[in-house]
Design a protein around this ligand. Structure first.
Ligand SMILES: *Cc1c(COP(=O)(O)O)cnc(C)c1O
Length: 422
């Protein structure tokens, strides 16, 4: 019998033994006691499960890894210090100099920088495709050095919806990994592993935590990709001399084991026990929160779309939106709280509007319980001219809104009064 997501949110990941704490304790220790040197030797040989040093694994982080792996329907999770470190470790586990990755262009700005600026310094090139491009165009970017294809379920901040069937078919044809950043959908609304993805990435700093309290990232290994004998992945098919001659393709969970044994070992970019604890608490209510975020966003988008001072609204909840059909297919229970819209007016009008908001505050964050807004043209992208903004796909009048779980009528009344001042 398979439990539903609501049940997994509160029950998965940690089962106490008699007399132990009901919720996962914060195990604030770098190291772990062993009295038997053979047991320790077996741990190092990966013959036995256990903890020996918190740079590699920690019981509190382990509880969160097991929980998010269960939520995504995956085989194993790896808790990372941030979403960015989860992405970096994933690339490091798969690529070396001379390799390339094929990625949607509509992705989070930090990920775009990692792929377009930082990885090329190490000889790993990114090839970008338009998420709406026809299959042939994406297919043509893949060669024998392509190690993975990457996209976001709901793109941040473009709010484009990924066509899973299109990309999954291409990846399957080439025997190449399909990796999806599921941060803005969360497993409560979409489970990429069931739609053809092989690995799922999260910034847990967003909806999984939900409270804007803890930074974190998670890599979920689906555990089913056929590495064995696949000429695209020689590093999975030859002995790892840095790890006792292990051949990762022979293991039940090849990617997660390689990622932890090599890259977590070498970087120490692991989530802290404190942040894992906070994220465990937050994720208990994930399913409930995502319902509310989605319903609120639907109401707010409908209000904005009908407002005379609004030029356009991008939200897949609107039947007129170009991603409406894909959202209905892949995210039938809602699309979360993210949207963007254009105010009729210039950047000054947008700034005025935001200063008058009482509930939604200006923040460089999204996807937590509190509504927040950001006007890229006067904040994150303020050094650009109007022409440069448009070239970057950011209209000068674009306001990004992350709808929280407040009362929808209160949010709408607040937006209405602030629009009066424009
Ligand atoms: C925020 C975000 C990231 C980066 O996560 P951090 O936890 O801030 O490092 C990656 N992908 C998406 C889609 C995000 O929204």
């Amino acid at each position: 019998m398979k439990d539903h997501i609501e049940t997994l949110c509160v029950q998965a990941g940690y089962q106490p033994k008699t007399g132990e704490s009901r919720i996962p304790p914060i195990v604030q220790s770098t190291t772990f006691f062993y009295g038997d040197s053979q047991v320790m030797a077996d741990l190092f040989d990966l013959k036995r499960e256990g903890f020996f040093y918190s740079r590699l694994a920690n019981p509190t982080v382990d509880a969160l890894e097991k929980k998010i792996a269960a939520l995504e329907g995956g085989a194993a999770g790896i808790g990372c210090a941030s979403g960015m470190s989860a992405l970096l470790l994933t690339a490091m586990t798969l690529c070396e100099a001379g390799d390339n990755i094929v990625t949607a262009g509509e992705i989070y700005g930090g990920t775009f920088n990692l792929f377009s600026t930082t990885l090329p310094k190490f000889g790993i090139k990114a090839r970008f495709f338009d998420v709406d491009a026809p299959a042939e165009e994406i297919d043509a970017l893949i060669d024998e050095k392509t190690k993975f294809v990457f996209a976001e379920t709901i793109a941040n901040p473009a709010v484009a919806i990924l066509d899973f069937d299109k990309v999954a078919a291409i990846c399957k044809k080439h025997g190449v990994l399909f990796i999806v950043d599921n941060t803005l959908a969360s497993p409560a609304l979409c489970r990429p592993l069931s739609l053809g993805a092989d690995i799922v990435i999260h910034s847990t700093s967003k909806y999984l935590d939900g409270h804007a309290a803890a930074l974190g990232g998670m890599i979920v290994d689906g555990g089913k990709f056929p590495y064995r004998g696949n000429p695209r992945y020689p590093a999975f098919n030859t002995p790892d001399e840095s790890y006792h001659g292990l051949v990762y393709a022979d293991l039940p969970v090849a990617f997660a084991t390689k990622c932890r044994a090599q890259m977590m070992r070498d970087t120490g970019a692991i989530m802290s026990p404190q942040n894992a604890f906070l994220t465990l608490l937050g994720s208990d209510t994930l399913a409930l929160r995502m319902e509310r975020h989605s319903r609120n966003a639907e109401k707010v988008a409908a209000f904005l779309a009908s407002h005379p001072k609004i030029e356009w609204v991008r939200s897949a909840t609107l039947p007129a939106d170009k991603y409406y059909a894909l959202a209905k297919k892949y995210l039938p229970n809602g699309t979360g709280g993210m949207m963007s819209f254009g105010i009729k007016g210039d950047a000054k009008a947008c700034a005025r509007f935001m200063e008058h908001l009482r509930i939604a505050t200006q923040e460089t964050h999204v996807a937590d319980v509190r509504s927040c807004v950001l006007h890229p043209a006067s904040t994150t992208h303020r050094q650009l001219t109007d022409a440069q903004l448009i070239a970057a796909g950011i209209a000068p009048n674009l306001v990004r809104l992350s709808v929280g779980i407040e009362n929808a009528d209160d949010l709408i009344a607040d937006l209405a009064q602030a629009l009066e001042t424009v």
